[in-house]
Design a protein around this ligand. Structure first.
Ligand SMILES: Cc1cc2nc3c(=O)[nH]c(=O)nc-3n(C[C@H](O)[C@H](O)[C@H](O)COP(=O)(O)OP(=O)(O)OC[C@H]3O[C@@H](n4cnc5c(N)ncnc54)[C@H](O)[C@@H]3O)c2cc1C
Length: 443
């Protein structure tokens, strides 16, 4: 292996968490390499194109930071490429709808201007340890293996392969090892919104029951998640869930994607023939692979619990606010639940310590591999929070290198101040205030 590269920070995974981590570290003046195994940034956002950024407005106030900056940038375009809208589903607050392709381009540009070296189609395979540190990471692209020698690794891979191979203990899914279902999404274009959403059943249960009884829809499609897309007359179909898939097994993910394609086409045909408003619609933007909700949860200094959420806990080292419901998707059976965990107007924060392993001194993680119990995980996993977790770890990397500290020893007070300086709201004892003026909304 004759290719070796050194860098300050190696970010593994270019999902929303990896984007946040890489931009924050790059803007802090660090050399950053971002590895993404696929051909696009976004992670689940790219695998399920058009999926709204949920949970960006706990207590109806934007979380701030990079999420706010990206949204404002898109919203300021002509015509606007993002908008705050109420979520039609129970217990979810407002969310951000956006144009998928413009958002992806904008994220690439933010990475570029932050000086991040983005390596697409490149996978981190194996860490090499030196005592309590990751010394280097073996990676692969189409030219074969190469080594990156980083000062700090931020694992934003969703699945945590490198952290697990480095010896960080983990659990898979809930206490019984059950992981949430994976989903293949698509759009319907040319839908008459007024007709499609004119009823009072947000989950289209009656129509779904008919399709299941007639054997035209899979029995797991008892609730149809059909949401107005960002563009008029488009509908985002986040309905097809495949259960019992281990998202760390590429063969299982491939098989689930193929099964998902079948069920998505069946659903599209059913919508066209049986659901009002879809008569002239056609299918588009079928995801390239299923979106994986849940795999490993790494062990960190602190494990966020459902009780923390229910108590509206605002940690001293909290790095982002959240009020998302417990959004549990078919872990053990075909049920989908969205039970509120905080009362209206309440929120909790996600502590930095849930992103820091106990032992390895130059590794952090961010995004859906956060250390959380199964209840808390079902709430903390929204894309805005993943992006903010990434932003916090990127800034923490800069603090650790500035002060030659292990990631476990950085000043969390300084970290929270740095996040506040970057416009992250509701941290360090400063409450999230109700907005004095509502942001423009589609109503
Ligand atoms: C079907 C579905 C619906 C959802 N609905 C919503 C919603 O409506 N709103 C919302 O806000 N959130 C939603 N979520 C949750 C949210 O999308 C995810 O929790 C979030 O995107 C996770 O971000 P992440 O960056 O942690 O991980 P991912 O998005 O999983 O990104 C990880 C990235 O790392 C890459 N990677 C993995 N291993 C390696 C490696 N070894 N080397 C290099 N790259 C690697 C992957 O290719 C991927 O791009 C949904 C999730 C799913 C699956």
């Amino acid at each position: 292996m004759d290719r070796n590269e050194a860098t300050d920070v190696l970010v593994i995974g270019g999902g929303t968490a990896g984007f946040g981590a890489a931009v924050a570290a790059g803007r802090a003046g660090l050399n950053v390499i971002l590895l993404e195994a696929t051909s696009k940034v976004g992670g689940v956002m790219a695998f399920c194109p058009g999926m709204p950024w949920g949970a960006a407005y706990p207590a109806d106030v934007i979380i701030g930071g990079l999420m706010e900056e990206l949204t404002n940038c898109l919203a300021a375009m002509t015509p606007p490429a993002a908008q705050k809208r109420p979520c039609t589903l129970e217990n979810f607050g407002s969310e951000i709808q956006y144009d998928h392709d413009i958002a992806t381009l904008t994220m690439f540009e933010m990475l570029e201007t932050a000086g991040v070296q983005v390596r697409l189609n490149t996978t981190a395979i194996d860490p090499q340890m030196a005592g309590a540190k990751i010394r280097s990471v073996t990676c692969y692209d189409r030219n074969g293996p190469f080594t990156v020698t980083p000062k700090i690794v931020i694992d934003c891979s969703g699945d945590g392969d490198i952290s697990a191979k480095s010896g960080v203990p983990f659990t898979l899914g809930d206490t019984g090892g059950n992981m949430m279902g994976v989903t293949l999404s698509f759009h319907m274009l040319g839908v008459d919104w007024a007709q499609a959403f004119g009823g009072d059943d947000p989950y289209f249960k009656l129509q779904a029951a008919k399709g299941i009884t007639q054997g035209r829809l899979h029995p797991d499609l008892a609730q149809l998640y059909l949401m107005r897309g960002f563009h008029d007359d488009t509908v985002f179909c986040n309905s097809v869930v495949i259960r019992g898939v281990d998202g760390t097994d590429p063969v299982a993910v491939g098989n689930a994607t193929q099964e998902g394609r079948r069920r998505c086409h069946q659903l599209a045909q059913f919508l066209q023939s049986d659901v009002l408003g879809f008569q002239n619609a056609r299918m588009a933007h079928l995801g390239p692979t299923v979106g994986v909700r849940e795999t490993r949860k790494l062990q960190a200094i602190y494990r966020v619990t459902g009780q923390d959420l229910a108590n509206n806990t605002q940690f001293a080292d909290g790095i982002v606010c959240c009020d998302n419901p417990i959004d549990d998707v078919m872990r053990t059976d075909a049920r989908m639940t969205h039970d509120a965990i905080v009362q209206t107007g309440g929120y909790y924060t996600i502590p930095f310590r849930s992103l820091v392993p106990q032992k390895i001194t130059n590794l952090m993680f961010a995004g859906r591999i956060i250390c959380a119990d199964p209840v808390a995980f079902a709430s903390v996993r929204g894309m805005p929070q993943c992006m903010a977790m990434g932003q916090a770890t990127g800034l923490a990397a800069a603090l650790a290198l500035e002060t030659s500290a292990a990631v476990q020893d950085i000043s969390t007070i300084a970290l929270v101040r740095a996040l506040q300086a970057q416009g992250v709201n509701g941290l360090g004892g400063v409450p999230l205030h109700p907005p004095t003026k509502q942001a423009p909304s589609s109503g």
